[in-house]
Write a protein that binds this ligand. Structure first.
Ligand code: AHR
Length: 632
């Protein structure tokens, strides 16, 4: 392979290699969002889902769910607890999201909104282990007759992945409670209402160029009433209106009747996460069309204005001055500085031609008010049929900034399509490869949730990604999808990161993403074999970049054959070379996976190379391997 080090062909977009976040597979509630109490505000369809009544030592009482209706339409329900016995306790136990992951020696923060109606009630809080042993406890009392938030902290004495929480009421009286919450103190960056630190760290480690949120199909909703509306996800947590998750049971391979969106992780938190991990925020908004897999409802064109207004207001929320309505809310939430929003998606996977009219109205309004905001259009999955070709053609005529292409295809498809953008019209809309993952056939003997993230899928994605990298002038953003999945609550596989209540594991696909994202460079340079692009010849795929800031050359070579491949790397017209490293990612079997119990079966290994040897002695690439050679 000859690398023309001094012949850059394209700039690598600073937004290249991002992440796609969707609340699917318990990614938000029960996952990244660190809240441990499920159905904390009694707003699930069954108000006591996740809760069960308990009585101890002769205690007795009852729970009545009251709906405030208009008085608090965002969070209408609360629980009225009547304790009928002078001794003993009556209470509610919360099961958490498939249990609560609790770490020994760590602090947990409990809070509740409460109002004393009569008598004097005391709340005893107990964190209970799998065996019902008390892991930590605390108490609250002296509630007033007005709604107030009460908080208390305690430490856990032991680690338990399946703990649960008992909220016990003592002393005759009537107490109203709402927003019963338990968070670990050690959230990501120690923020209240924060994120699970291990998961956020895995996202940060990718050094993503952007984060797309909040999905996916949940942007669209099953019907328009249940679409994602960002305005319902900002402001005080207790005022955010919960909705049923689009991935609730109906579309679940694993039953998830308890899948709702509390919106505790809302647009403010997404923007904050983006800032924390150095990723450009990329919100995707509903364009007046519900999910094509469900009702496929559309808002009539003469009723599309509120959807467009949401988009305009979002720019103000992210970037507007603190004197503006939405900028003020951002400041009140703790972020007076703008979030620097530069792009926005209009719709997700809208495959119907009705999309075109809606997109045009969005584009007209947004371009008029915010000409610097780049718009991402939806254009459906690939490879595309006639309808999608038509949509794409029309969107190009509209001079859409970005077309969002989604590919969930076989490993073979990925390898065969490494040249997909080599002949792309350089004057046309740019490409956002917004969702992709190689899907294998499910092995019959598969037991582990992580099974579909087999090595062969990651290898195929790497081969394809050399083609995305080589065409950096066209493909300016790309993200694997979906991102996160709970091993006991997934609806879609494969996924980039798997987790249970305490642990998380990076898949082979994650390491491929990381190798590309951490080595994205600043400019593409040609990597040629016999003067030609290398996209499958002898089962080899290659792309190369230079990093002008760090003065490095980075060559990626993917060997998809089952044989070792000797490859001589010749670096033409470069400066003098210094230190060199070779990172190899490979595995003996196509179906090898990383699991929570065996997290590093497929794991990158780095060795030092004598750069003087490059070009003299060939590198012996392992069979089925991804190789990153970095030369200073
Ligand atoms: O990534 C899972 C789903 O795949 C997304 O929600 C949707 O956009 C696509 O169909």
């Amino acid at each position: 392979i000859t690398v023309l080090v001094d012949k850059p062909t394209a700039k690598v977009s600073p937004n290249m290699w991002g992440i796609f976040f969707e609340d699917i597979n318990f990614a938000a509630d029960g996952g990244l969002y660190a809240e441990l109490v499920k159905n904390r505000s009694f707003e699930f369809l069954s108000p006591l889902m996740g809760w069960k009544e308990v009585k101890h030592d002769g205690g007795s009482g009852s729970t009545l769910i009251i709906n405030r209706g208009e008085a608090n339409s965002n969070n209408p329900r609360f629980a009225r607890i009547t304790v009928k016995s002078a001794s003993g306790s009556y209470g509610l136990e919360n099961e958490g999201f498939r249990g609560m992951g609790i770490e020994g020696g760590k602090q947990y923060n409990f809070s509740v909104f409460a109002r004393q109606n009569s008598g004097a009630t005391k709340i005893k809080i107990q964190l209970l282990g799998t065996d019902n042993k008390i892991l930590g406890e605390a108490a609250l009392q002296n509630f007033t007759d007005q709604w107030n938030k009460y908080s208390v902290s305690f430490n856990s004495t032991a680690t338990d992945a399946k703990a649960h929480l008992a909220v016990l009421f003592e002393g005759e009286g009537v107490l109203d409670v709402d927003m019963i919450s338990l968070f670990p103190k050690d959230t990501w960056k120690g923020r209240p209402n924060g994120l699970r630190a291990d998961l956020a760290q895995k996202l940060a480690d990718l050094k993503p160029g952007f984060i797309r949120f909040p999905g996916g199909c949940i942007v669209e909703g099953r019907d328009l009433a249940n679409r994602y509306q960002w305005k319902k996800t900002v402001g005080k947590v207790e005022d955010r209106e919960l909705i049923i998750n689009r991935w609730n049971t109906e579309f679940s391979h694993r039953s998830a009747p308890d899948y709702f969106q509390s919106y505790g992780l809302g647009f403010f938190e997404y923007f904050q996460l983006a800032e924390d991990i150095g990723a450009a925020p990329l919100p995707i908004l509903n364009c007046g069309m519900a999910c094509q897999y469900n009702t496929a409802e559309v808002a009539p064109l003469d009723q599309i204005d509120p959807f467009i207004q949401d988009a305009l207001d979002l720019v103000e929320f992210a970037n507007g001055p603190v004197t503006s309505k939405w900028g003020k809310l951002r400041a009140e939430m703790g972020h007076p500085a703008p979030f620097n929003l530069k792009m926005m998606g209009v719709g997700n996977e809208q495959w119907d031609v009705q999309y075109l009219d809606r997109y045009k109205l969005f584009a007209k309004a947004l371009n008029a008010k915010y000409p610097d905001i780049k718009l991402i259009t939806s254009s459906g999955p690939s490879p595309s049929g006639a309808q999608f070709d038509y949509l794409q053609k029309e969107l190009r005529v509209q001079k859409a900034n970005f077309l969002d292409e989604h590919y969930y295809q076989s490993p073979d498809w990925f390898m065969q399509n490494a040249s997909r953008y080599d002949g792309y019209d350089r004057n046309s809309s740019k490409i956002f490869a917004g969702e992709y993952a190689a899907h294998i056939k499910e092995p019959k003997t598969a037991k582990d949730a992580e099974t579909m993230n087999a090595w062969i899928s990651a290898l195929a994605e790497a081969a394809f990604m050399t083609g995305l990298e080589r065409n950096a002038d066209v493909v300016q953003m790309a993200s694997y999808a979906p991102l996160l999945a709970h091993v006991e609550a997934w609806q879609w596989r494969p996924d980039l990161i798997w987790f249970d209540n305490l642990r998380s594991v990076a898949t082979p696909n994650y390491y491929v993403q990381k190798l590309f994202a951490n080595n994205k460079g600043t400019d593409v340079v040609p990597a040629l074999m016999d003067g030609k692009i290398l996209a499958g010849k002898d089962s080899l795929y290659s792309s190369a970049v230079i990093d002008k800031t760090n003065r490095q050359l980075i060559v990626k070579i993917v060997n998809t054959s089952s044989k070792p491949m000797p490859v001589k790397l010749s670096l033409q017209n470069g400066p003098a070379y210094g230190k060199a490293t070779w990172t190899e990612l490979s595995s003996a079997n196509d179906l090898d996976i990383n699991t929570l119990n065996d997290p590093q079966r497929v794991y990158p290994a780095e060795t030092a190379l004598a750069s003087a040897d490059l070009g003299k002695s060939p590198l012996k690439l392992k069979p089925k391997s991804v190789n990153v050679i970095k030369v200073s």
